[in-house]
Design a protein around this ligand. Structure first.
Ligand code: PEP
Ligand code: MG
Length: 877
């Protein structure tokens, strides 16, 4: 029979899936012999059952009753017993920590009778007993019965006046209990349940249900925590921090979570229960002061913290309570930390001999590294701060203020940098948020739409800048001291500090970027990063290449550690002034015109390639032959039509219009692109191959690889390959010829395609587009926020490779390609190549390299190292 309840003595820290983080760690501490109040944990499995079926699983109630009886036996008191009650807390605790997102109820077991028994237990301390009782009704009322929390707070505030809550007398608190009961009756139409077992049963169910509270759902989405894990419930014998001045409650870290430095970091609140710290009901004092108040508990706590660090071999955070001079541990876990602290702590632990360097590599993530690489404002630069908001998503952004999404998109399309300023954002603002450099809102906190979406996109965001009065109608905002910012005025926002500045503030690279650029930086954090990166590079199996089309990008990519270029998109070389030449080529009416256009393009292309080969020295450079959706190179149909209709057009315009109409496509992404274009326009691919070969002849050691895009059938590839091979032979240049795998048919027929390809590079942007049938240009703005809300996926499949669908095609193509050609070289060059989880997938699928934008290369190197060290069992969050 399934077991749904574990005593703390039965669990351990490896059972987080089942017991949640809190339960597993309480068990671990219990077994370490630390002072944990006795208790037991109801499993996440029971929660999942409850959420699916709307009822607790058979047998759960009996099991809980058995464990409760054992607890009562051990404590020598019965739950809610009138003259000498056992009280318990009912605490949520999921596998991944979700701070404050789910519910907890303390002091279960109190009622009009047992409150007297509690006073007796506390040596006649009536004040304490009634304070505990009112806390129970307040917490139970709010979380279990759904009563508006403010109603309780208002009643408490009215009673307190200007006094502290500790100044309230027993009689006053007794009166407050009556008031609270009245609130419950009025709001729910029933009495506060006096039966202790009923209280416990309802509290357990409320904790189960809090898994699906809106704030919990939002938090999970933001942190990419799966929606179907459920929470465990811990039932713990109460210990009291609110019995008097010799009692209290606190939180602490075993070292500084922002810098990683060792020391005592924590807060303590005398004569209080845990929820007071969170609610900020009184100001806490620094933990060091506990030494003065209660030297023996302080000493014991320091010792326990050391035990925990040595045992977990990591920074831990803890919650504790002191009841009349006796210390109790209520929680511990491996603590959250900033990105910089993560690197520092990992290497400090190596130096302390607690972990090895390999483990240090697994203790940091690519996302944390990316955070250390965000640009920041130059602190020495002149700047005028106009307000302070919340630091919702890090980075430094400068741009013109705009007040609507449409305007953001419009200006960004003209190449302008904009900051989208809104009172708050909603899903309709997504296109503007994508177009903007940064987002600034006057309302909403760190879990507001703006904050969550911006973080998801890695975009700089300051939210909740409440001093700003934003008027989308008048296209301006006002800030303190009469500052008015109109549309088009430049502002600078710092997503790491929440500051907003008027005008442009100079942006600079952080030390970690300086380091990757190869400059000498004497910085403790940089040293930590360096040690970890070196080890990651030693252990990783995946090589890392760059997506780069210009010599400067290629050079930066090399400095960042690229081992070649995995994707040089040649169509990017045809933009700007050269666009005209492509237009001439596409619209050429005869062979002569076409040849003239090709002859004009060839020397330009050759120079492009020479630049890149030089930048990459003797490293491989994969050059993809041209792959434009055709419309990007032709004049706009509507503009041209208007010109012709209004009589402003020349003869050339008229001819052009006819041609553009002829070539117009309803679905350009599925139209004349990639290899199709190469097969339709004679001489185009040949010109490019010749330019590659000629360039390679001029750069000793150049290693070109020629890549054919958008292939769906081996016959397409064969046709191009034949022509390319003969040009290479003529010029005496050696180059691999391979293909992108970016259509589902290419993946499905990879065994055939490998006959004609020496390498595959997975174009997972198009492969995702075509596998899901999602237009890459349209869907993210159109409906992705809804899909994320519905949990169709937890993260955009354009961002993190969809293992179940697209990933399956990749794996199949890799395996079948290699079955045909065992030494087939395999890489990925879609955006996923720089995404942590996708890098792990590529490692597992046996690819040889990932290719990503230059700035993501360090992230990919680190994650490739982590993937090699953790195998298939890695968590990239
Ligand atoms: C791809 O489709 O993944 C790819 C890299 O090509 P592009 O993004 O240029 O279509
Ligand atoms: Mg593509």
């Amino acid at each position: 029979m399934a077991k749904f309840v574990y005593d703390f003595t039965e669990g351990n820290r490896n059972l987080k899936d089942l017991l949640g983080g809190k339960g597993a760690n309480l068990a671990e501490m219990t077994n370490l012999g630390l002072p944990v109040p006795p208790g037991f944990t109801i499993t996440t499995e029971a929660c999942r059952h409850y959420l699916a079926e709307g009822a607790v699983p058979d047998g759960l109630e009996a099991e809980v009753a058995g464990h409760l009886a054992a607890l009562e036996e051990r404590m020598g008191r019965k739950l809610g017993q009138a003259d000498d009650p056992l009280l318990v807390s009912v605490r949520s605790g999921a596998k991944f920590s979700m701070p404050g997102m789910m519910d907890t109820v303390l002091n279960i077991g109190l009622n009009d009778e047992s409150v007297q028994g509690l006073a007796k237990q506390a040596g006649g301390n009536e004040r304490f007993a009634w304070d505990s009782y009112r806390r129970l009704i307040q917490m139970f009322g709010k979380t279990v019965l759904g009563v508006e929390g403010e109603l309780f707070e208002e009643a408490l505030d009215a009673l307190k006046g200007s006094r502290q809550d500790t100044d309230l007398t027993a009689a006053e608190l007794r009166g407050l209990v009556e008031t609270y009961k009245g609130v419950v009756r009025e709001q729910t139409g029933r009495d506060f349940p006096a039966d202790p077992r009923e209280q416990m049963r309802l509290a357990v169910q409320a904790v189960f249900e809090s898994w699906n509270a809106p704030r919990a759902i939002l938090y999970r989405r933001q942190e990419r925590i799966p929606a179907d894990l459920g929470t465990a419930v811990n039932i713990v014998a109460m210990v009291f921090g609110n019995v008097g001045p010799d009692s209290g409650t606190g939180v602490a870290f075993t070292r500084d979570p922002s810098s990683g430095h060792q020391g005592v970091y924590g807060d303590y609140l005398q004569n209080a229960q845990g929820e007071d710290v969170v609610a900020g009901i009184r100001n806490t004092i620094p933990l060091q002061e506990l030494e003065r108040i209660d030297k023996s508990s302080y000493g014991e706590l320091m010792q326990i913290m050391e035990t925990l660090e040595n045992h977990y071999r990591d920074l831990c955070d803890i919650e504790f309570t002191i009841e009349r001079g006796k210390l109790w541990m209520l929680q511990t876990r491996v603590g959250k930390r900033t990105a910089a602290a993560a690197f520092r702590i990992a290497t400090q632990l190596v130096d302390q001999g607690l972990i090895g360097l390999d483990e240090a590599v697994t203790r940091v993530t690519g996302d944390q590294l990316a955070q250390l690489m965000f640009p920041r404002f130059d602190a020495s630069a002149e700047r005028r701060k106009i307000t302070q908001g919340m630091n919702a998503s890090p980075g430094a952004a400068v741009g013109k203020a705009v007040f609507s999404s449409e305007r953001a998109v419009e200006l960004a399309a003209r190449g302008e940098d904009v900051i989208l300023v809104r009172r708050e954002t909603n899903p309709d603002d997504l296109s503007g948020m994508i177009a903007a450099r940064g987002i600034l809102t006057s309302r909403g906190g760190k879990t507001s739409h703006a904050a969550v979406v911006a973080r998801g996109m890695g975009k700089t965001c300051v939210c909740g800048a409440e001093q700003l009065d934003v008027s989308a109608k008048e296209l301006r905002f006002t800030a303190p001291e009469g500052v008015v910012v109109n549309e088009g005025d430049v502002i600078s926002i710092d997503g790491s500090t929440g500051e907003v500045f008027l005008g442009e503030v100079a942006v600079m690279d952080p030390p970690v970027v300086e380091y990757f650029e190869g400059r000498q930086v004497d910085d403790e954090l940089v040293k930590a990063v360096d040690r970890i990166m070196r080890r990651a590079d030693e252990v990783r199996r995946l090589r890392v290449r760059a997506n780069a089309d210009a010599p400067e990008d290629a050079a930066r990519a090399r400095r960042f550690g690229a081992q070649g270029i995995g994707l040089c998109r040649t169509e990017h070389m045809f933009l700007g002034e050269r666009r005209q030449l492509v237009e001439d080529l596409v619209l050429a009416s005869d062979d002569k015109e076409r040849q003239a256009a090709l002859d004009a393009l060839e020397p330009l292309q050759k120079q492009d390639f020479i630049g890149i080969f030089r930048a990459m020295d003797e490293l491989p450079v994969t050059i993809r032959l041209i792959d434009p959706p055709l419309h990007e190179f032709l004049p706009d149909l509507t503009e041209l039509s208007i010109k012709v209709a209004t009589g402003d057009a020349s003869d050339k315009d008229r001819t052009l219009l006819a041609a553009v109409k002829r070539l117009h496509e309803q679905n350009p992404m599925l139209g004349l692109r990639g290899v199709r274009l190469g097969l339709v326009i004679p001489g185009l691919f040949a010109m490019q191959v010749r330019a590659i070969a000629e360039a390679a002849r001029e750069v000793p050691g150049a290693r070109p690889e020629i890549m054919i895009p958008l292939v769906a059938a081996v016959q397409e590839l064969e046709a191009v390959r034949e022509e390319a091979t003969s040009i290479l032979r003529e010029t005496g240049v050696d180059a691999l010829i391979g293909t992108m795998i970016e259509t589902p048919r290419a993946a499905l027929t990879a065994g055939q395609i490998a006959e004609a390809a020496e390498f595959f590079s997975f174009g997972t942007n198009d492969l995702t587009q075509m596998t899901w049938g999602f237009s890459r240009d349209d869907v993210e703005a159109a409906f992705f926020s809804r899909y994320l809300e519905l949990g169709v996926f937890g993260v955009s499949p354009f961002e993190t490779l969809d293992r179940d669908g697209v990933g399956r095609l990749v794996k199949l193509a890799a395996d079948e390609g290699r079955a045909t050609r065992p030494n087939l070289h395999l890489g990925i060059c879609g955006e996923h190549g720089g995404d942590p989880d996708s890098v792990h997938f590529c490692h597992e699928a046996g690819l040889d390299y990932v290719s990503c934008s230059p700035f993501r290369i360090p992230v990919a190197r680190l994650e490739a190292g982590r993937a090699a060290l953790t195998g298939n069992d890695s968590d990239t969050r």
